[in-house]
Design a protein around this ligand. Structure first.
Ligand code: SF4
Length: 355
């Protein structure tokens, strides 16, 4: 492990006595959209479970009760576009609350949902693990979208204002600079505006192929459990990402992210074991600890950051890197008015930020 992360991870756990009450500054919220998956990836950690009878009611309750530091939302899976609940879940998203939203998909039925995503989802993160269809299919162990199909869906998403990121888990077929060059050309030809190269979960050290681009200017965000390095390579934004296996287990009582599992349970781990009473999370965060700078699971990783973890091992489990002002969900009316005028000031350049 890199030395500078050692000091974080091995530091005494903070707020043990306030377990589940304090979050980091910008925790991510992920919904594991109930349904199935057409893939069978070896690195997948998604486990199918059955939604509870009142799943949507329970989900809505969580989405409306969480404190205001939860403003980043990630939809993941399984494969969300195969879920019979996806449209209903999208309808529950209040964009005044969740300023930054990401859908992670392997593309399966993505084209059918473009109109439903408009106005609800800011970024779509498509898992694509190799530029050659046959190698990509062999990793998913399933027939996935072809280059032409990807071009079509990316174009349709762009038409409604949604940008597309391609996300690849680094593997033996994506391990040299030539591989990375070919992947970049493929992603650009398909209409992607950004690429995430994700190291398989484990440690935060860079891979050899990431190191090969050390001469490129970069900006790096990191926290105890994840790391993202952003670079501009061959004309496209590239983010190299690494994350520990289960971030929440490293962080004592501090909530780093929340996951709404398929059965409706709210947990802070991806195994669905560390349950959280979402009614008992304070509307404050542990400012002294850190803010997630890296991975965006959920929604971290875009300029403003994306994350996007979930069942899909191709997504990243951990934090994000937003720095802009959080939306205030529980303020009095007159304060909301003031915020609105700030949001829509004369400058129109405001930043918005499992598969
Ligand atoms: S990694 Fe994603 S696409 Fe692959 S099996 Fe898991 S959920 Fe499905």
């Amino acid at each position: 492990m890199l030395k500078r992360y050692d000091s974080f991870v091995k530091a005494p756990k903070i707020n043990e006595e306030k377990i589940f009450e304090t979050t980091i500054m910008n925790p991510n919220l992920s919904i594991v959209v109930p349904g199935g998956c057409n893939g069978k990836c070896d690195f997948c950690f998604w486990k199918k479970s059955t939604p509870c009878g009142n799943y949507l009611e329970k989900l809505n309750n969580v989405l409306t009760k969480l404190p205001s530091q939860f403003y980043q939302l990630s939809l993941t899976g399984g494969e969300p576009t195969l879920s019979p609940h996806l449209e209903s879940i999208l309808n529950l998203i209040d964009k005044k609350i969740f300023k930054h939203t990401v859908l992670t998909s392997n593309g399966a039925k993505l084209i059918d949902f473009v109109s439903h995503l408009e106005g609800k989802i800011d970024h779509v993160n498509i898992s694509r693990h190799h530029y050659k269809d046959e190698i990509n299919d062999s990793i998913f162990k399933s027939k996935m979208l072809t280059k032409e199909e990807l071009q079509h869906v990316a174009n349709e998403l762009n038409k409604v204002g949604i940008d597309v990121t391609f996300s690849a888990v680094l593997n033996e077929n994506l391990s040299t600079q030539e591989d990375i060059h070919n992947y970049i050309q493929f992603a650009k030809e398909c209409g992607a505006s950004q690429i995430f190269f994700r190291k398989p979960h484990g440690t935060l050290e860079p891979t050899e192929v990431e190191k090969a681009y050390e001469s490129y200017k970069s900006s790096e965000y990191h926290c105890p459990v994840c790391r993202t390095k952003n670079q501009l390579i061959e004309g496209i934004k590239v983010a190299w990402k690494a994350s520990l296996e289960e971030p929440s287990k490293e962080l004592g009582g501090t909530i780093y992210e929340l996951i709404i599992n398929e059965n409706g349970d709210v947990t802070k781990d991806w195994e669905g074991q560390m349950r959280v009473d979402y009614n008992k999370i304070n509307e404050k965060y542990d400012k002294g600890l850190y803010e997630c700078g890296g991975d965006s699971g959920g929604s971290c990783g875009y300029d403003d950051s994306d994350r996007g973890y979930g069942g899909c091992g191709s997504s990243i489990k951990s934090g994000c890197g937003y720095e802009e002002e959080k939306p205030k969900r529980k303020k009095k009316k007159n304060k909301n008015k003031k915020k609105k005028s700030e949001d829509y000031g004369s400058c129109g350049s405001s930043i918005s930020s499992s598969c």
